[in-house]
Every structure is written in structure tokens, then in C-alpha cells.
Design a protein around this ligand. Structure first.
Ligand code: PMP
Length: 410
């Protein structure tokens, strides 16, 4: 009997070439990214590379109960197409949840998206033409770099520590991109003074300021700093330059693929038009699950468990790194988030090469090149601590140290 796959799939040799307009940016997508994403399927591999939550933090029973209930109660909201901008009831709930202090939000400030990645892509579509400039904290989230690659932007580094540089860095850019809470990849928390300076620079230059905030509740030490959008609040309903991005991925579950943009109504309107030609609407089922979860206080109930699990894993990773890696790398312990960023002491260390040897030793980390808009930084690694229990973190770091020594010995 003929193999059914051979009847429906084109032979390898007939794989169509990318159309010329795409070939340029396709060629620049980082091979290492594909390597470590695929590597997560290898049995026995200790994956320190991804930014993945631990499945044990998902409130499975509660979500299953809510999902069953909302489908039965409200098929018109859960199973039909939704409005492009999201369900009005959920937009109202997000507006109420984020209206803190002086920040006054209405549903016109809210766009529901299919995850935070989707929001990043829509922002690129709305704001960037080929060759235009994005001012970004560097190193930057690799998903954002991937989302914007088709826009063929230029990047300008955003120097947060120096005020005059900040204004010069933002002036004339299409937007500035920052992850103020426990950045991906560095785990860095932007201090209050620099947050104020960012917002002032956005006002002074008229440049949109994108605040990407998936880790905003994952503070293990210290108290929450104000969001940039809170610092940008003015009189009346919000109309400022900060575009805030939220997601349920780290607090609830990434499989819901649900995020939100909070922005000035004119920006929300522009993003709605871009979204129409993208996914048309975000899953109504997932939106209703989030609405009921918010109303039931589910996020507040699960958060303490997430914080205690992840902070103990952070401590376990740091202890293992102290034991095995301190002669090879330096790092600053993060106060939250999911990552430790470590820079090699020896300038000969090539962390793309380290990733390959680490895979041979049964572990993997993310090399700095994938977070550098120019792809030129080969001297650092991002290590995740949320996915694995302490014993595995320790063993993964031990394997990593072996691979690092082997890299230097080559
Ligand atoms: N921004 C940053 C900085 C992230 O780390 C992530 C998730 N890794 C996202 C956005 C996207 O999250 P999601 O699409 O799962 O909502």
C-alpha cells in the first residue's frame, strides 16, 4: 500500500524557495534559536534554555471547571468569533484591574491579543517600515526581534543609565522597547529613577514607549515598582505615550494564548486594524476563561505558590552556579523573573559553540547572540530556573560547567 504521506506531501527537493522579499530576513533568523527550541524534545536533556513555566503551577481543575461552565452558559461569547478588539466584558475587567493610583482606563484603552507575542508583532506592523529605527534595551527579548524581523528595522541601543543618551536614543525612533520588570534575557529590574527618565524622554521626544511586562508579578524580593504606564498617567482617561503589554502566560498558563495591550485610544484603534488582517479575533473561549478567573480571584490565589516555587528554584540555581561556574562566568542574582544572565570571564568563550557542546553533555542554555539585535555578542548565556526542580538544576549546571571547560579547551 502506498504511504499516504507521500501522496499529500511534496518531495523535499520540491520545497519552494522563499519569495525574494522574505529571503533577506529569513536568512537572518538565528540558527541557534531553532537548535535550542528543537532540543527541548531530546529525552534526558535538562533544558535550561527556554523561558517555560513549571506545569505544576497551572490551576488545572479550576480552569477545566471554568472552561466547561463558560461554554455551556455562554456559547455565543465562547464559541463564536469575537470582536477584533476583544470582548467588551473582558476589556472592562482589564481596564478596572489596571486603573491604579492616578491611571484611569476605559475599555477604549484596551486591546485583547492572542498572547504577548501577537501584540509585539502588531506594534511592528503599525509603527515600522523597512529601514526605520527601533530603540531597544539591549540585549533584547529574542521573540520581539523575531516578531520585528519582517519589518527590517534598524536598532539603536537604549542606554537607560544616562539621561542625555536616553533622549538622544529615543529621538526619531519609531518606538522604544523595554522590559522594566526582570528583563528577558538579563533578569534586570529597571530602578524607579530610570523608569521616570524613560517616561520623561518619551514625553520629550514624542516617541512611543513599549513596556513589555510578562514578569511584572514575579517579584521574589522587594516591592513592586510603578509601571511605566502608571508613571505616564495624566489628567482624565489615559492618553499617554506608553504602550503596555500584559499576558497570562507566566501567571496562569501560556496555552491560553491571551494577552492585552493598554494604550492611548488612537493606538488601540490602529492596532485593531492591524489585528483584523492577522487573527481576526482572539479565542472567545479563552477570553471568557480569563474573565471568570479574574472575577473568582484565581490569579491572586495561585500567585503565592508560583512565587515560593520559583524563588526557591532561583536560589537553587544560584547555589549550583556558585559551586560549578564561578571561575567561568560572572552574574548578578535577579530579584524576580525567570532568568540568570551570566557573562563568560574568558573573552575566548563562544557561547554559540558552548550551546552545541552543552547539548552533547545533556543540557542547553540560550546564547547571547540570539538576544543581540546585531547577533554579535557571543560572550554570555541566559539560564532559566523555573522549569526544573533543584536536583535537575544542579545537574544541568554541572553538565554546563563541563561543556564550558570543553569549549575553552578546543
Ligand atoms: N515578552 C517577553 C519579554 C517574554 O519573555 C515573553 C514570553 N517569553 C513574551 C513577551 C510573550 O509571551 P506570550 O506570547 O506567551 O504572551
Amino acid at each position: 500500500m502506498a504511504d499516504p504521506i507521500s501522496l499529500t506531501h511534496a518531495p523535499q527537493s520540491a520545497t519552494p524557495a522563499p519569495r525574494p522579499a522574505l529571503a533577506g530576513w529569513l536568512a537572518q533568523t538565528n540558527e541557534v534559536t531553532r537548535l535550542f527550541l528543537g532540543a527541548s524534545q531530546i529525552p534526558g536533556l535538562i533544558n535550561l534554555a527556554g523561558g517555560l513555566p513549571d506545569a505544576s503551577v497551572w490551576p488545572v481543575e479550576e480552569l477545566a471547571e471554568i472552561a466547561g461552565r463558560v461554554v455551556r452558559e455562554d456559547p455565543a461569547l465562547t464559541l463564536a468569533y469575537s470582536p477584533i478588539e476583544g470582548l467588551a466584558v473582558l476589556r472592562d475587567a482589564i481596564a478596572a484591574r489596571f486603573s491604579t493610583g492616578g491611571l484611569l482606563l476605559t475599555r477604549d484603552n484596551i486591546l485583547i491579543t492572542t498572547g504577548g507575542m501577537h501584540a509585539l508583532e502588531l506594534i511592528g506592523k503599525v509603527l515600522v517600515d523597512p529601514g526605520q529605527t527601533i530603540a531597544a534595551q539591549s540585549p533584547a527579548y529574542l521573540g520581539a526581534l523575531d516578531a520585528w524581523r519582517p519589518r527590517m528595522p534598524r536598532y539603536r541601543p537604549l542606554h537607560l543609565a544616562r539621561d542625555p543618551d536616553l533622549v538622544a536614543g529615543m529621538a526619531g525612533a519609531q518606538f522604544a522597547y523595554t522590559v522594566p520588570n526582570f528583563s528577558n534575557p538579563t533578569g534586570r529590574l529597571v530602578p524607579l529613577e530610570q523608569r521616570r527618565a524613560l517616561v520623561e524622554a518619551a514625553h520629550a521626544t514624542g516617541t512611543w514607549l513599549v513596556e513589555d511586562d510578562p514578569y511584572g508579578t514575579l517579584y521574589y524580593d522587594g516591592t513592586r515598582l510603578p509601571r511605566l504606564i502608571e508613571l505616564a498617567a495624566g489628567e482624565g482617561a489615559y492618553d499617554g505615550p506608553v504602550i503596555y503589554l500584559g499576558t497570562v502566560s507566566k501567571e496562569l498558563a501560556p496555552g491560553l494564548r491571551l494577552g492585552w495591550v493598554i494604550a492611548a485610544p488612537e493606538m488601540v484603534q490602529a492596532l485593531v486594524l492591524a489585528k483584523q488582517g492577522s487573527d481576526m479575533s482572539t479565542s472567545g473561549l479563552c477570553q471568557m476563561i480569563l474573565l471568570r478567573a479574574l472575577q473568582a480571584g484565581l490569579l491572586e490565589r495561585v500567585l503565592p505558590g508560583i512565587l515560593s516555587l520559583y524563588s526557591s528554584r532561583r536560589d537553587a540555581l544560584l547555589a549550583a552556579m556558585d559551586e560549578h561556574l564561578s571561575d567561568l562566568f560572572t552574574w548578578t542574582p535577579p530579584e524576580g523573573g525567570m532568568f540568570v544572565w551570566a557573562r563568560a570571564r574568558d573573552p575566548r568563550m563562544d557561547t554559540d559553540r558552548l550551546l552545541r557542546l552543552a547539548l552533547d553533555h545533556g543540557t542547553c542554555v540560550s546564547p547571547s547572540s540570539v538576544f543581540d539585535p546585531e547577533g554579535l555578542d557571543h560572550g554570555a548565556i541566559r539560564v532559566n530556573f523555573t522549569l526544573n526542580p533543584p536536583e535537575k538544576l544542579a545537574e544541568g549546571v554541572r553538565r554546563l560547567a563541563e561543556a564550558a571547560r570543553a569549549t575553552l579547551a578546543e
